[in-house]
Design a protein around this ligand. Structure first.
Ligand SMILES: [Fe+2]
Length: 260
């Protein structure tokens, strides 16, 4: 996975986002109150590289269960930064960042490297795995955008989006989306009320989320709240509060998660 393969993935991502119809994407994004769905936007060559990295980090999956809210597994940023170069290449790709800026009208950057949520994998692998309705609320001063990327979709689970919920006087509209491999879903985290419906027997769904912020400053109190939430609901205390612990679980020789 190292070397030419990552370079080929990087080149292909540049080609894809250089060729997309930005005007069409922008108008769809704003028409849907800051939500854009690009079905199978990433070609199989890129998806295959991402999927191989997903399999590589499976031993590091941390599972959570919060009654009546969420159940599932995740692998956070520190492990991805150390172990998944193609995923990081997508997360930081200049052509992708330019595309996001032109669609949203805001220049957003990858989250600070101390944020375990910056980019993360979510594994729905056991019956009933799901997440209830929520906003991707920003703890940063700036706007936070989420890009959800479908990697594995062999499930009846759906990403349910309730559009216009925050718009006074406007009726809510519901979308139920399968996040097929290579499908991208971009939204403003403070505007889209969304959920993932429970996984069925013998099914699997894996998605990647990429988070971007327009202003990465955060007060220490909000940082603490954010870390506690990530520890309990997502990645575990060891992964959130100890980078060394996070990467050691997968690769004994790699201690600095920022190396990716
Ligand atoms: Fe979310």
């Amino acid at each position: 996975m190292i070397g030419p393969t990552v370079e080929a993935v990087r080149a292909e991502i540049g080609r894809v986002f250089g060729a997309l119809d930005v005007e069409a994407a922008r108008s769809a994004y704003w028409r849907q109150n800051e939500l854009l769905v690009l079905e199978r936007a990433l070609p199989p060559a890129v998806v295959d590289a991402l999927a191989a990295e997903v399999d590589h980090v499976r031993p590091a999956i941390h599972r959570n269960f919060i009654p009546r809210h969420k159940k599932g597994g995740s692998v956070g940023f520190y492990t991805l930064a150390a172990e998944t170069p193609s995923i990081l290449a997508l997360y930081r790709h200049p052509a992708f960042l330019d595309f996001l800026a032109r669609v949203t009208g805001q220049r957003a950057e990858p989250c600070p490297e101390g944020d375990p949520h910056a980019c993360a994998l979510y594994f729905y692998t056991e019956p009933g795995d799901h997440i209830g309705f929520h906003y991707d609320t920003s703890y940063y001063r700036g706007i936070r955008y989420t890009v959800l990327v479908g990697i594995v979709e062999r499930s009846s689970s759906r990403l349910v989006c309730q559009l216009y919920k925050d718009v006074p006087g406007r009726a809510t509209e519901e979308l139920r989306l399968a996040t097929d491999p290579g499908t991208l879903v971009l939204f403003n985290g403070d505007k889209l009320w969304h959920a993932i419906t429970p996984l069925g027997e013998g099914e699997e769904r894996v998605s990647l989320t990429l988070e971007y912020v327009t202003d990465p400053r955060m007060t220490p109190v909000k940082r603490f709240i954010s870390n506690m939430k990530d520890s309990i609901a997502y990645f575990g205390f060891r992964a959130v509060f100890s980078r060394r612990g996070a990467s050691r679980s997968l690769s004994p020789t790699t201690h600095d998660a920022r190396g990716g």
